[in-house]
Design a protein. Sequence first.
Length: 212
Amino acid sequence: IILGYGPYKKEKGFLNKLIRFDTFLAAMNYLSLAKAGIPYMGVGRNLSYHKPVFFENSGFKKHYHISSGDDDLFINEAANRKNTGIVIEKAAFTESIPKKTFKDWFRQKKRHFTTAPYYRLKHKLLLGLMPITFFGMIVSTVILYVLNNYVLIILVIWLIRLLFQMAIFSGSMKKLGEKDLFWISPFLEMVIFILHPVIFLSNKFVKADKWN
């Protein structure tokens, strides 16, 4: 199994940056974890596998009842540290056309989120670390400020987090061709971490009759 990167075309506007950053963030996770020997997903627009791997794992048979994510969940079941590799050379990227409106992108993300409950538990826990620590930082900030007013400590903690984050983003964005998102990435991350729970909850309470 080979996992690659499928970026969205660079266009003008904030929505385009948000879509591309969301795609970059997901790719940074699944590519780095695959490289670390913990493959958990791939994107259908840029992955490959041998026919025997497909049939040995019953193909998409287990996911016929799901409207989206059969490729994603197939990788979640079939990939392991011994049979999976990544290719991140620019010549291997497969560029896609992004959604033009927030409504269309939101609907697309809702469809993508329908696959999340079917991931293995260990993968759910790993993927939850990043948003949980982010919101944990916010809660800790509020508690420190309200109870003790430790403004300097709060600023130092956020600065340390930011420095580590920007160092990681810098290297990853350089490899994946998304360097223009670097300086706005802290703000984009905050928007994504706010939107993802909203999208998840909208799937719980607002069901779609069908997906386009």
